[in-house]
Design a protein around this ligand. Structure first.
Ligand SMILES: Cc1cc2nc3c(=O)[nH]c(=O)nc-3n(C[C@H](O)[C@H](O)[C@H](O)COP(=O)(O)O)c2cc1C
Length: 358
């Protein structure tokens, strides 16, 4: 692992190791993948404005989020089926999150049980949800999350259905028989087992099982079900951020699902400013999509993010070296952020403000 110096190195190493269709599922996006590319370009377009002659001998990246202390303003984004890339799956990812002192947002489609994941880690676990038509299955999952000690729920709101992903259709990507959604009632997943080709069956499953009729008014049902903090993931406009806060959410994740849902959606980092402005500090605003370097994280923090979620690079680390790979990826990003803060003359998170980025 000594020659893997940055997250792009881990990406290359993961690509060399994974079967083509798995790589396509992990790395790909929807449509023409315009938003996948735009997420990266939007970070690269921005520049930092460093201050000098500041005492930077004691950089401090520590923060708190929803009451939990974090060693850096970073967390692991929810991603389905970690066992696709490593036999230990989410258990290994959780172990790494614990070692790094960072939260892990477990996908509703995790391939290990919540109990196993929770037993493997000291990290705060959050659970991501899609709104299933079968509310009894949703309620049951929330109850198991509470029992497993999950600290928050993250409702993904940018996926009334799963978008068409051409790479998966072209490669005939299918989930292997031993990789399943370990926390969901098999009856709710039956359609996936029935149809052989999973590229399109993930899509058809979402059409049958996801409730595409829900609106902001339905959030009250989820709030009544559980006292857990509720974040919405997939907000990209000030108008929706205002509605989210008015409906009492505890946090917002500005996200275009890593370019895997609406193609041509605005890069999340470009939408962050208007969301931060309208939220006005009432709840934490997080962001994800295209973060690959410490300077990307610094740009997001300067634009007002409370923390950044990291997606694909976590699976790259997991694919190459299991829990140790995820730890290395997260540590690399943390070290890069620390260096960026020192060199920018902003050694504490409270020094990072809008003046730092253009
Ligand atoms: C393989 C894969 C699976 C994903 N599964 C989910 C999921 O189950 N739920 C969800 O809300 N987001 C899911 N996402 C989106 C991520 O949470 C996140 O928004 C995105 O990956 C961030 O962009 P990045 O990968 O460029 O860092 C998935 C992303 C990938 C790459």
């Amino acid at each position: 692992m000594g020659d893997l110096l940055c997250l792009e190195d881990w990406q290359r190493a993961a690509q060399a190791r994974l079967p083509g269709p798995t790589w396509g599922f992990l790395q790909g996006g929807s449509g023409a993948e315009l938003t996948v590319a735009a997420n990266r370009a939007a970070f690269d377009r921005r520049v930092l404005r460093p201050r000098v002659l500041v005492d930077v001998t004691k950089p401090d990246l520590g923060t708190t989020l929803l009451g939990d202390p974090l060693r850096a303003p970073l967390a692991i984004a929810p991603m389905a089926y970690h066992r696709l890339v490593h036999p230990d799956g989410e258990v290994a990812t959780a172990r790494a999150a614990g070692e790094c002192g960072l939260p892990f947002v477990v996908s509703m489609f995790a391939s290990r049980t919540l109990a196993d994941i929770a037993a493997a880690t000291t990290a705060p676990l959050w659970l991501q949800l899609y709104w299933l038509r079968r509310r009894d299955a949703l309620a049951d999952l929330v109850r198991r999350a509470e029992a497993a000690g999950v600290r928050a729920l993250v409702l993904t709101v940018d996926a009334p259905r799963v978008a068409k992903r051409l790479r998966d259709l072209r490669s005939g990507f299918a989930l292997p028989a031993d990789v399943t959604a370990a926390n969901i009632d098999p009856a709710a997943m039956a359609v996936m087992a029935r149809t052989g080709e999973s590229g399109s069956s993930i899509q058809s499953h979402s059409r049958e099982q996801f409730d595409a009729a829900i609106t902001f008014a339905d959030l009250a049902w989820l709030r009544a079900l559980t006292p857990l903090p509720l974040l919405l993931k997939g907000i990209l406009t000030a108008a929706d951020a205002r509605l989210a806060v008015e409906h009492g959410v505890d946090g917002i994740v500005v996200s275009n699902h890593g370019g895997r849902q609406l193609d041509s959606a605005i890069p999340a980092i470009d939408a962050l400013g208007e969301v931060v402005e309208v939220v006005a500090g009432r709840v934490p605003v997080l962001v994800d999509g295209g973060v690959r370097r410490g300077t990307d994280v610094l740009k997001a923090l300067a634009l007002g993010a409370a923390a950044v979620l990291l997606g694909r690079p976590v699976l790259h680390g997991l694919a190459v070296a299991g829990a140790g790979g995820v730890t290395a990826v997260l540590s690399t990003l943390r070290e890069e952020l620390e260096e960026a803060m020192v060199l920018a003359g902003a050694p504490r998170l409270s020094d990072v403000d809008a003046e730092l980025v253009r």
